[in-house]
Write a protein that binds this ligand. Structure first.
Ligand code: ATP
Length: 582
């Protein structure tokens, strides 16, 4: 496929504000692709990447360097490019315009050439990297038409802005291959196990018959090196409710750290975050610990990494754990405040997937696999069948400064990506407030009045996630919980996500001053969930939706959560129904 054809689709996709139209256009695009190789690439490109997002293949070019590529490609000077950028506010639009000014009509590159070119840019390293990258990008730009140029430059800037989520791509793949979205569930199963849309698309396109395609996708299993979507926990109000609903359970401490999925393949160890990004660089001591303590050639472990102060014997909260940033700072912190990984599951060992084995059996294998030492520690666990003992264990966890406990059904398999009653969390809660915080997604912000006007933003419009529709629906406006500094930072923090119309996957009756692509997750505490006619969360027909009362921002969670990891409408309704019971 010529890249110019793809660019025309990008242009249409970018303009739409309806999700159904997105699926229709995407499936039309997918139908044009014939080879398995190409469909894989198209899937990554639609998301502004050239590889699955968990592969640390960052192209990451700065605006100034991209401006120089544009200047070289179209024979103008970088100042002209930067001046245009100041007016247009988007380097993609600048590239398109400068290319037109230069009368550039060359149009010879295919999807494959662009992916190869961008990969080469990403892999360029060593002396003179910046200059080499500028020249390589300029060369690509010189060989594509103006519209293509707009999208080609946005990829290395990490700013494609099509706003297409993974579930929408799965719907479009199903529509293209089977003419309906009936089989999306099956595709989703493969996605939960591999997190790799390109792999799923390639597998589908390798088969000509529908039955064969379905079977091939069904057979995709977990693989070392590809993060598995995390199993998540439901909520119940107290120990009595747990025992009544679940019977005997395994009780484990709930550590409030950073969820880490540890993949070991021989000597090679990778660590993925809860949002499935490769975060290996952040955890040098856990990588070392895995090499030392794991007695198996290959494993996948599910764990919580936590800063632990050996002097005071304190577990430190999430914010402390994630203070590690740049290389030097990481090394320094690894010395000062080494992390432990409390391992609570094993999903794979020496070539065999363990996810269908019952939980208790996995715990046994886990114990046999980790040699006792002081970095990887299997979680504390006790099988309990009465509410009183469960309450005691909960109190003990709280007294140790932990968040509470997670209880697990003894015979449950590991259900990738599921949140159900296999796992239930019991957390401490402050009087009056809801039992748990809610993870919301920033959808826009509203300019402030008075003092807030000077800060640039006065309220945030936020939503929760509706996985059935793959839509973000509004749940509240937030005006508290941020410092003046944080309000001032909102514009800067969200600049790359600004769009001039309501994004296709957002449903809202409120129009904020600035719309944002749904990407940033924030943790919110509220006093209560109420019914509300002005919010779209859980709103059906004329019935009111659900909203948060007295919401305040607790933390920005974009480091470890993707927008689709936000609290779901279903959870919100469950929380609404269970509030006041305890
Ligand atoms: P929270 O914000 O309450 O941590 P969450 O939305 O991140 O919740 P949940 O599924 O609600 O995720 O709760 C499970 C989380 O608790 C896991 O993602 C993991 O990070 C953490 N955790 C800590 N200890 C355990 C444990 N023993 N077993 C499972 N998860 C644990």
């Amino acid at each position: 496929m010529e890249f110019a054809t793809l660019a025309q689709y990008f242009e249409k996709l970018e303009k739409t504000s309806s999700r159904l139209a997105l699926i229709a256009m995407l499936s039309e695009l997918f139908r044009l692709v014939e080879s398995p190789d190409e469909i894989e690439k198209v899937c990554y490109l639609v998301q502004g990447r050239v590889a699955p997002f968990f592969e640390a293949l960052e192209i990451g070019m700065a605006e100034k360097t991209v401006a120089r590529s544009i200047a070289i490609a179209y024979n103008t000077n970088p100042e002209h490019v930067l001046t245009l950028d100041a007016t247009l506010g988007d380097m993609g639009l600048v590239a398109e315009q400068v290319s037109k000014e230069a009368g550039n009509v060359s149009n010879v590159l295919h999807v494959d050439d662009i992916v190869q070119g961008l990969k080469t840019i990403a892999q360029t390293s060593g002396k003179g990297t910046v200059e080499k990258r500028i020249a390589l990008l300029a060369d690509l730009l010189g060989h594509v038409d103006s519209l293509s140029a707009k999208y080609v430059v946005r990829i290395p800037l990490g700013n494609l802005r099509l706003g297409i989520g993974d579930p929408t791509i799965l719907d479009a793949l199903a529509t293209a291959k089977f003419n309906n979205t009936k089989n999306r569930k099956l595709l989703e199963g493969a996605y939960n196990k591999t997190s790799d849309l390109g792999l799923i698309a390639r597998t589908l396109w390798q088969q000509s018959g529908e039955e064969d395609a379905l079977r091939a996708v069904e057979q995709l299993d977990i693989q070392v090196g590809k993060p598995i979507r995390s199993e998540l926990a439901e909520r119940l109000p107290d120990a009595e409710a747990v025992i009544k609903k679940m019977g005997a359970v395994d009780v484990q401490y709930k550590y409030d750290g950073f969820r880490t999925q540890i993949h070991k393949d021989g000597h090679h160890v990778s660590i993925f975050s809860r949002n499935l990004e490769n975060m290996s660089h952040m955890f040098p001591e856990i990588i070392e610990g895995t090499r030392k303590q794991v007695q198996a050639d290959s494993v996948i472990l599910d764990a919580e990494a936590l800063a632990y102060n050996p002097v005071s014997e304190e577990f430190l909260p999430f914010q402390e754990t994630t203070r590690r940033r740049r290389k030097h700072n990481i090394e320094e912190m690894a010395k000062q405040m080494p992390l432990k990984a409390f391992v609570f599951d094993i999903l794979y060992k020496d070539g065999a997937s363990l996810i269908d084995k019952p939980m208790v059996e996995r715990m046994k294998i886990l114990e046999e696999t980790i040699k006792t030492d002081d970095i990887l520690m299997p979680t504390s666990n006790h099988v309990v069948s009465d509410a009183k003992t469960l309450s005691l264990l909960f109190d003990e966890a709280i007294s140790k400064g932990l968040e509470g406990v997670v209880v697990k059904k003894l015979d449950s398999p590991y259900e990738a990506g599921a949140r159900n009653f296999n796992w239930v969390k019991l957390k401490r809660h402050s009087a009056g407030a809801l039992h748990d915080t809610i993870d919301c997604v920033l959808l826009g912000y509203i300019f402030g009045r008075g003092k807030r006007a000077a800060l640039g933003a006065g309220a945030l419009l936020v939503g929760v996630y509706d996985p059935k529709q793959d839509m973000f629906v509004t749940v509240t406006k937030i005006g508290t919980g941020l410092t003046d500094e944080e309000w001032r930072g909102i514009k800067e923090r969200t600049k790359r996500l600004e769009v001039d119309h309501k994004p296709a996957r957002v449903s809202s009756l409120i129009k904020p001053s600035v719309w944002l692509e749904p990407e940033i997750v924030i943790e919110v505490l509220a006093d209560e969930i109420t019914r509300s006619p002005i919010h779209t969360a859980g709103k059906v027909g004329d019935e009111p939706g659900y909203a948060l009362r007295f919401p305040r921002l607790i933390a920005f969670r974009e480091k470890d959560k993707k927008p689709t990891d936000a609290t779901t409408v279903e959870e919100l309704i469950e929380m609404y129904q269970s509030q006041g019971k305890k």
